[in-house]
Design a protein around this ligand. Structure first.
Ligand code: THU
Length: 171
């Protein structure tokens, strides 16, 4: 028997000002995407922005449904949009932001925690990394408090079920 540890390294930025220009822009794009959320049931609005190799961004926002389980998260809408537009190989990373529609239900900005993507989105992000054939960076925004950066999706989903398990080379 042996025991081993899997570590997750998180870079914390005190504010948007500490990010480089590209990544700051990406977070602002995610915040802009959040305005397109359709979330009348949870009133929790999430935005995501993918950065592509050519510097362009692809946006997503959560899309809810009266049949709650049909809801699509922001991250997945952005990734599916990118894939459908033929950009699977060009994705470099993602910025995600979220929070209640009613600002009064949120802590003051400086006390907010960065959003944590749900398990299903971590799984799809993992696949997006395999399709892109690179480690995707992940920026998690708190809309006013600290931000987190992970240099790869593996940190968010260790021991993942992935294409290697099936002996498949993702297209
Ligand atoms: N949501 C996302 O869009 N992404 C996540 O990673 C977590 C949750 C959405 C789904 C639902 O519309 C709302 O947030 C509340 O769960």
């Amino acid at each position: 028997m042996r025991t081993f540890s899997l570590t997750t390294t998180v870079i914390e930025y005190a504010s948007l000002d500490e990010l480089n220009q590209n990544e700051r822009r990406l977070v602002l794009d995610a915040r802009r995407a959040r305005e397109e959320a359709y979330a009348p049931y949870s009133n929790f609005l999430v935005g995501a922005a993918l950065l592509l190799e050519d510097g362009t961004t692809i946006l997503g926002a959560n899309q809810e449904n009266a049949s709650y389980g049909m809801t699509a998260c922001a991250e997945r809408t952005a990734i599916w949009r990118a894939w459908l537009q033929g950009h699977a190989r060009a994705i470099l990373g993602i910025a995600i932001t979220g929070g209640m529609r009613d600002e009064h239900l949120e802590p003051p900005p400086e006390q907010r925690q960065p959003i944590r993507p749900c398990g299903a989105c971590r799984q799809v992000l993992s696949e997006a990394g395999f399709r892109a054939r690179r480690s995707l960076f992940v920026l998690l925004d708190s809309r006013g408090g600290v931000l987190y950066r992970l240099d790869d999706v593996e940190s968010l989903l260790p021991l993942s079920f992935d294409p290697r398990t099936l002996g498949v080379e993702p297209g």
